[in-house]
Design a protein around this ligand. Structure first.
Ligand code: GLA
Length: 389
């Protein structure tokens, strides 16, 4: 499919592609549900992602086509747009809306999208399509935004136009990702370091539950509100701006301020997970994969029991992993409620792992997962290398 994009473009629009772009998906090694609490996360960009091919038109119309979805949209350039229904083109439309409202002079464009990130897999297909659109518009119309501006405006589109109160991790990772590196990102200051993702004899496996995600957005927004309630309670005595401004000891000393038991569980997860990211960074730097793996399992446990965003599908995968001596660690990745788990698997045992986890999961859940070996790739950019294929 990927190699036919240029031909497909011609079929759709009866003209040649003029510019093409790619933005990856992401996975998060550790630091889950941390970004909107101002803490540390460790995501990386993957080699799966979103492709965008464009050519300008003189009709003053945005024409949206996708090789993944049947829905199409032809819409005149106007002063702004609203989200319409639950279709895929809301993401690029939201980005265009932002550019127009921010005062940029755009022109009609023909746009063809293709993505190879499994939809609903929690690998950030939405951030990927937002960022690739923002990058393309910025490039085509010389809008002068920095890459960080593109990250921030894409997050704003997700929060306001789409209506999910997500943090900045996904957009940041898909924009700033680097091949074979993980990003240590401080979500409060937005300072980051690209660190070698030296996995030694291990590879990163992605195991997609293939569970259709339902209610994920409303549950996500509910967690955001619970964290805000925890912060407010702690602020009665502590001069903090984010939950992640304190560590586990500090929380223990002040937990009486949080009277709601559920809210306290959420706060515990966030604060302890942030502490785990610091330990994970040390483990990765020292190539201590056993310790890194232990932290992954601890992260999963906490997401399951304290944050309650896992589910029997993700738990079944992690349960299998914990019995396989070729797996150093495993956890759910992303928002949860279905989606993907990741595992550090000995490269030499990957095929056996893939077979065994598939059997175990299918037996318990009733349908198979999809298992991939993932490569860590670069962030958003021009798609030069495919232009002649
Ligand atoms: C989703 C959101 C991110 C982040 C993760 C959980 O991917 O888009 O901002 O909160 O969930 O870590």
């Amino acid at each position: 499919m990927k190699n036919n994009l240029y031909r497909e473009f011609k079929t759709f629009f009866n003209k040649e592609v003029e510019n093409s772009y790619f933005s990856p998906g992401r996975l998060n090694l550790i630091g889950e549900h941390i970004d909107y609490n101002g803490g540390l996360v460790m995501p990386c960009a993957i080699t799966l992602g979103s492709y965008l091919l464009t050519a300008p038109n003189n009709d003053g119309i945005f024409r949206f086509r996708s090789l993944n979805f049947k829905d199409t949209l032809d819409i005149k350039l106007q002063e702004g747009y609203q989200k319409s229904g639950e279709t895929w083109f809301n993401y690029p439309l939201g980005i265009i809306d932002y550019f127009i409202r921010d005062g940029h002079q755009l022109q009609g464009l023909d746009l063809l999208f293709y993505g190879d990130i499994p939809i609903g897999s929690g690998l950030s297909s939405s951030a990927s399509i937002e960022v690739v659109t923002a990058y393309a518009l910025n490039d085509l119309f010389g809008c002068g935004y920095s890459k960080l501006d593109l990250v921030k405006l894409s997050k704003q589109v997700e929060n306001i136009f789409i209506g999910v109160n997500s943090g900045i991790m996904d957009q940041f990772a898909v924009a700033f990702g680097e091949k074979d590196k993980a990003l240590m990102l401080n979500c409060d200051t937005l300072e980051y370091k690209a660190v070698d993702s030296n996995l030694g004899e291990h590879v990163l496996a992605i195991i997609n539950t293939n569970k259709p995600r339902k209610l994920a957005e409303s549950k996500y927004n509910e967690r955001v509100l619970e964290c805000q309630a925890a912060l407010k309670a702690l602020q009665q005595e502590l001069p903090i701006q984010n939950l992640c401004d304190i560590d586990r000891n500090m929380l223990e000393q002040h937990q009486h301020l949080i009277t709601d038991a559920v809210v306290l569980k959420r706060a515990k997860h966030v604060i302890e997970e942030n502490d785990r990211v610091k330990l994970a960074a040390v483990a990765l730097a020292g190539s201590d994969l056993a310790e890194f793996g232990r932290l992954m399992y601890a992260s999963h446990d906490s997401l399951k029991n304290l944050y309650e965003v896992s589910g029997k599908e993700l738990d079944t995968i992690v349960e299998y992993c914990s019995t396989d001596k070729n797996v150093a660690g495993a956890r759910m990745t992303g928002a949860g409620f279905g989606g993907c788990a990741i595992a550090l698997v000995k490269e030499s045992a990957f095929d056996n792992f893939s077979k065994a986890v598939t059997e175990y999961y299918t037996d318990k859940i009733g349908y198979p997962p999809s298992v991939y070996s993932s490569l860590i790739g670069d962030g958003v950019g021009l798609l030069k290398e495919m232009a002649n294929s």
